[in-house]
Design a protein around this ligand. Structure first.
Ligand SMILES: [Cu+2]
Length: 504
């Protein structure tokens, strides 16, 4: 345990910090509670859902998602001071993480901040991020996967002056597209692992065996649904105008990878990623979106004929390119890489605006730092559990290598190492409180998911394919405190493929 510092004193210090007193620009009450939503013909589905009430702030800050279990879409603007009162009415501990935002430690949703049922937690932060597509979801210890799966997630869009100057499609011209797969039973209820996924020999006494070996393997491989929902609805079909759309894509699935493409062969025009607008648009045949990742895509339907339809597809790829650690007793009904039709857009006769993109979208404040210190972070599978830098999560533990200076720059070599039997999985590695850049990808064998990875712009969640080493460059948050980095396959995260990152 050399180099590991106890953090008990930090945990205690939170209870004594008063909330900032200044009047915020935006104030929201965000409640997580059980609800029922009609998702399929027949009985309603019992879910957990975020509801938001805007107490103060511009109209349009909170947009509900009707007919969906998703939480409302939140729209924030760079520079706003935001206060969010989270009310936990779930019957178990929870806490909310603002995925993609660089916020103070107290506002980041670390699992040690989780509050019990009936309790509230107040977040105070200033939006420091540039414009981009972020999201929010729970982050309690070993219960993140189950809570997100039950419905707790929502989009969080940030705007700023640079983005506004581009006059991108807005209002009806903006389509949210949150992808999540689920399994339903015959009574329309969500089917999930019987027990919270836990590491086998790694920690905590092992996986609940109530579900048997099959369930344990499904946790190891990440839980896959048999039905993909878009914006919390089954098989949506949207009537759209002949105009340009801005599609805000989020892979909010627990474990499924998508290789997105339009059915008519039109390229994916990517204008933004996790970290907001790219410097210039990228066009590609397909777009890989791993769990936790977002993409901002422009879709020009202005020259299509009325009555046409365009589908959003996930192209087929070999299941082992996303990977698994074996299938003993566990064959998911729809495996990774199965070709899928996700959403159908039907063109009406209405003509709307066509948006022509400038060659240059934004100025990215980024420079390569060849002299930055390099840290190697292996991703491994040992004794039936996933390891991050050779360890699993411990609430109060952080290593020397996991302690970094606020605002400092580092390069991480994230190495996805197959086990001695050659088994590995693609892991989307998410780092809290920072947007980083991908410098290079080396190693690994031919992988059908690589074609759809663009690595342009800032990201907070990077896919590391089996056998691959990805070099990324960080400039860490200016906010000191205890943050996290983890795999965003939520079953992996809950099994302990997560570590503290301490910014000093
Ligand atoms: Cu993982």
């Amino acid at each position: 345990m050399l180099g590991l510092a106890p953090l008990g004193h930090l945990v205690r210090s939170f209870e004594w910090q008063p909330a900032p007193a200044a009047t915020p620009d935006v104030e929201i009450v965000l409640t997580a509670a059980p609800a029922e939503v009609s998702l399929r013909p027949g009985a309603p589905t019992r879910v957990w859902q975020f509801h938001a009430k805007l107490v103060r702030g511009p109209a349009g800050t909170v947009t509900p998602m009707p007919g969906s279990y998703l939480g409302p879409m939140l729209r924030l603007r760079k520079g706003q001071r935001v206060r969010i009162h989270f009310e936990n009415r779930l019957g178990e501990p929870s806490i909310v993480h603002w995925h993609g935002l660089d916020v103070p430690e107290r506002a980041d949703g670390h699992p040690r901040l989780a509050v019990d049922h009936g309790r509230d937690y107040t977040y105070d932060f200033e939006v420091g991020n540039r414009a981009g597509t972020c999201w929010y979801h729970p982050h309690p210890h070993m219960r993140t996967a189950a809570q997100v799966y039950q419905g707790l997630a929502g989009l969080l869009l940030v705007s700023d002056a640079e983005e506004e100057a581009l006059q991108l499609p807005a209002g009806d011209g903006e389509l949210p597209c949150v992808l999540q797969d689920r399994r339903f039973d015959a009574k329309n209820q969500l089917v999930y692992l019987n027990a919270a996924p836990r590491g086998g020999m790694g920690r905590g006494g092992g996986m609940g065996m109530g579900g048997g070996m099959g369930q344990m393997m499904e946790a190891m491989n990440g839980w896959l649904g048999d039905t993909v929902l878009v914006n919390g609805r089954v098989q949506p079909s949207l009537d759209v105008d002949r105009r340009t759309y801005r599609v805000r894509m989020l892979n909010g699935s627990n474990a499924r990878f998508y290789k997105l493409a339009w059915s008519d062969g039109a390229p994916m025009t990517v204008i933004g990623g996790d970290g907001g607008l790219l410097d210039r648009p990228r066009t590609q045949r397909a777009l890989t979106l791993a769990p936790g990742q977002r993409a901002d895509v422009l879709l020009d339907l202005s020259t299509r004929a009325a009555g046409d339809s365009v589908q959003l597809l996930s192209l087929g790829f070999p299941a082992d390119h996303a990977g698994s650690v074996g299938m003993m007793g566990a064959t998911p009904p729809v495996p990774q890489g199965a070709p899928l039709t996700l959403m159908r857009l039907r063109l009406s006769g209405r003509q709307g605006a066509r948006v022509r993109l400038p060659d240059r979208l934004s100025t990215l404040d980024w420079r390569a730092a060849p002299a930055a210190p390099v840290r190697r972070v292996p991703l491994t599978f040992m004794r039936m559990t996933w390891l991050l830098d050779g360890r699993t999560f411990d609430m109060d533990e952080v290593s020397g290598a996991e302690t970094v200076k606020a605002g400092s720059t580092q390069v991480w070599e994230i190495a996805n190492q197959p086990n001695p039997m050659g088994m590995a999985m693609a892991h989307p590695i998410h780092v809290h409180g920072t947007q980083f850049r991908v410098l290079s990808r080396t190693g690994g064998s031919a992988n059908a998911l690589r074609e759809g990875i663009h690595d342009a712009g800032g990201t907070d969640t990077v896919v590391v394919l089996p056998g691959e080493t990805v070099r990324v460059q960080f400039t860490f948050s200016r906010h000191p405190g205890l943050y996290l980095y983890h795999c965003h396959i939520l079953e992996h995260e809950d099994m302990g493929m997560m570590r503290n990152l301490r910014i000093t």
